[in-house]
Design a protein. Structure first.
Length: 397
């Protein structure tokens, strides 16, 4: 699963650039190009809650394999020369929607596939590998697409999905469905009968469990942390260094990879890492307040680097979520959490842009996001600390 996830991420990054270049070549329209790029992100908001239940309803290996084959077929169709643009956009939306049950099944399988004592390390490896694969894929995509052509690059992406399907089919152990009766709510009297249903709605489970509720709150702070990325271009212009926009955008994923590596290298005890989740969440936002001093480029990079390194708290928080979530709910819960996280990140960037336009200052907008986010982080960290202490006490008893 790790190899499949890493290879697939690199292939998707290559396909994203190839598709953007292909659309721009056909339309000569920046608006169409940006819209198609956005299509790689937006379907998750719908398909996460709508399709992730499949990862609980059916055996998860089967869900991953079928999704990978479907994605391979759809991307292969996109690679056919002269496919109409409208058809290509529909295919892209379908590919992204199918990714939701695949990722839900993958995430839900990890706690079963990994030994309990190595689960946290496995989550860190998965997350960091995906970040690195995405950065490498995007960085090298322009050269590869220029050498191969967009259609060939899409064909390569289709091949990565074939590889994913084969790897998972022959390397992942078959396990029965975690919750065979999981399904969308249906009324009695239309053929449902009196079949038993899950004991609790997934949302109710999340919000009634202090650990899950506090972890979700901490992770949604990413909406505030992403404000500088959303304002990277105008920030670079305001700093008098337009060329630095790419650097600002690259800092978040790069520092996150380094931060996770440092956290897991020097803090080996899982419980100690759990205790650091709250403080690191606060530290991931406090440096943004420093933008109120109108920093130069050097200080901008320094502030964003500190915030990005502290953002490593997302990895142990993700592991805590997986450990706490009952197996029967993991697929649906992942769909809800992933959708909420994407909405938070996108919403944070969009609101940041609106506020910056209104107040007329990029740096003050980022500082405001840091201040509001830090206050919410303190509250969320306090809730997490109480919930984590209660769990630790139960384990000790």
């Amino acid at each position: 699963m790790w190899i499949a996830s890493t290879v697939s991420t690199a292939g998707d990054s290559l396909a994203t650039v190839a598709l953007s270049l292909l659309v721009y070549d056909r339309t000569k329209s920046p608006a169409w190009t940006a819209a198609v790029y956005a299509m790689t992100m937006l379907p998750t908001l719908v398909s996460g809650p709508m399709l992730a239940w499949l990862a609980d309803r059916f055996p998860r290996r089967a869900v991953m394999v079928i999704c990978a084959w479907l994605q391979a077929a759809l991307v292969a169709l996109m690679a056919i020369p002269q496919v109409p643009l409208a058809v290509m956009i529909v295919l892209l939306v379908l590919v992204q929607m199918i990714a939701s049950p695949f990722l839900a099944a993958q995430e839900a399988t990890l706690p079963s596939a990994l030994p309990k004592e190595r689960y946290n390390d496995g989550v860190a490896l998965f997350g960091s590998s995906v970040d690195v694969a995405q950065m490498v894929g995007l960085a090298g995509a322009g050269f590869i697409v220029a050498a191969m052509g967009p259609q060939a690059a899409l064909a390569v992406d289709a091949a990565t999905f074939v590889l994913v399907a084969i790897l998972i089919q022959f390397s992942v152990v078959h396990r029965p469905a975690a919750d065979p009766l999981a399904r969308a709510p249906r009324r009695k009297g239309i053929g449902v009968g009196d079949e038993p249903k899950p004991k609790r709605n997934t949302l109710n489970l999340i919000f009634s469990t202090p650990t899950l509720r506090s972890v979700l709150g901490l992770r949604l702070l990413a909406g505030f942390a992403m404000v500088p990325a959303g304002l990277a271009v105008p920030l670079a212009v305001e700093l008098g260094a337009p060329w630095s926009a790419g650097l600002i955008l690259a800092l978040e994923p790069a520092t996150n990879v380094v931060g996770v590596a440092l956290l897991y290298r020097f803090v080996r005890d899982d419980r100690a890492r759990d205790r650091l989740i709250g403080p690191l969440a606060i530290l991931s936002l406090v440096p943004l307040i420093g933008f109120a001093s109108d920093p130069n480029l050097v200080w901008t990079v320094a502030l964003l680097t500190i915030a990005g390194l502290a953002g490593a708290f997302h990895t142990p928080a993700r592991a805590a979520w997986g450990r706490t979530m009952p197996d029967a709910y993991r697929g649906r819960a992942h769909g809800i959490a992933r959708t909420a996280l994407r909405a938070s990140q996108g919403g944070g960037m969009a609101i940041g842009g609106t506020v910056a336009q209104a107040v007329g200052s990029i740096t003050l907008t980022i500082a405001g996001a840091g201040a509001v986010g830090a206050l919410l982080a303190i509250r969320a960290a306090s809730s997490w600390s109480r919930a984590n202490n209660e769990v630790s006490a139960d384990v000790t008893l």
